[in-house]
Write a protein that binds this ligand. Structure first.
Ligand SMILES: O=C(O)CCC(=O)C(=O)O
Length: 293
């Protein structure tokens, strides 16, 4: 879907805009099915290794992962986008409804940045409340790129795969703060803005329904709190930018997701995308991705 002028204006002013129903349930279904199948297979593998006893095969997408995670957090190993590299996910990275919205912010030549994650945030009573991949501390996405991307207008698209609420740990943002540019981060506490530099702005929780997107500027500080529901807060965080600008992760594969000028530049070959990731993960094992300054 295209963004309205008001939505683009809100993004430019606040560095964040929440847009409901950017993609449809039908757009998300293949991705969810791919993950359901993967989780089932992984659970059976862990059962064979004696790590879990109950498979919960009839439990829905919204809760099954939590029941498996409770038995073994290893259920999550290998699940992220660049590790699993599913064809449905690769297709989704070029989803027209999503890219129509992204085009309103970065223009018609769109590069898919390789910083891309799927997050299945388990209930806090299962996974704890500590800071980490699930409960991210205050940071700007510029803090997880190299300086080479300082002038790249990278837009983070945080998408809910199930309704994201305050209770289950949706994102919180500091609106308007992007205008202050990059703030110094520290490694202590998990790549976070130096506490003494965190602007004194009222945090805005940004709940969003399934298929909706929180679009964020790379300098918008954001955090997410523990999941106090019984379900799993499933989400994607994807990033897009104008083709030809540095991604801040030169050692990981970016690809052209849309080109109005020359559509043949778009990468549509799943095997090639997967190959690029396998090669990059092998060659960039000790690469430091986050900056701490
Ligand atoms: O999904 C989350 O809780 C954190 C996401 C995040 O930090 C990001 O998209 O940059």
């Amino acid at each position: 879907m295209k963004l309205s002028d008001e939505q683009v204006k809100a993004f430019r002013e606040d560095g964040v805009v929440v847009v409901e129903h950017v993609v449809t349930d039908a757009d998300l279904a293949p991705v969810i099915q791919e993950y359901e199948a993967w989780i089932d297979q992984r659970a059976r593998q862990l059962q064979a290794e004696g790590e879990i006893t109950e498979l919960y095969p009839n439990e829905p997408f919204e809760t099954r992962f939590a029941k498996l995670y409770e038995q073994s957090p290893r259920i999550a190993d290998g699940m992220d986008i660049m590790q699993m590299r599913g064809p449905a996910m690769f297709n989704f990275l070029r989803n027209d409804n999503l890219l129509d919205a992204v085009e309103c912010l970065v223009g018609p030549e769109i590069l898919c940045n390789p910083i891309q994650h799927i997050r299945a945030k388990p209930p806090a009573k299962v996974s704890g409340e500590g800071a980490g991949f699930y409960n991210v501390p205050w940071h700007q996405d510029s803090g997880v790129t190299w300086e080479e991307a300082d002038n790249s207008e990278i837009v983070t698209c945080w998408m809910a795969l199930v309704d994201a609420t305050v209770e289950n740990g949706c994102m919180q943002v500091l609106p308007g703060v992007w205008k202050q540019g990059h703030l110094e981060h520290q490694a202590e506490g998990g790549t976070t803005i130096r506490p003494d530099l965190l602007p004194d702005v009222e945090p805005r929780p940004v709940p969003v329904g399934k298929g909706g997107v929180v679009f964020m500027h790379r300098h918008t500080p954001h955090t997410s709190t523990p999941n106090y529901s019984d379900g799993v807060r499933w989400s994607l965080d994807l990033r897009y930018q104008k083709a030809g600008t540095p991604t801040g992760r030169p050692f990981h594969p970016a690809f052209i997701a849309r080109s109005r000028e020359n559509p043949s530049r778009v990468l549509t070959d799943h095997a090639e995308w997967s190959r690029l990731w396998v090669e990059a993960l092998e060659n960039a094992k000790n690469m430091k991705a986050h900056r701490v300054k």
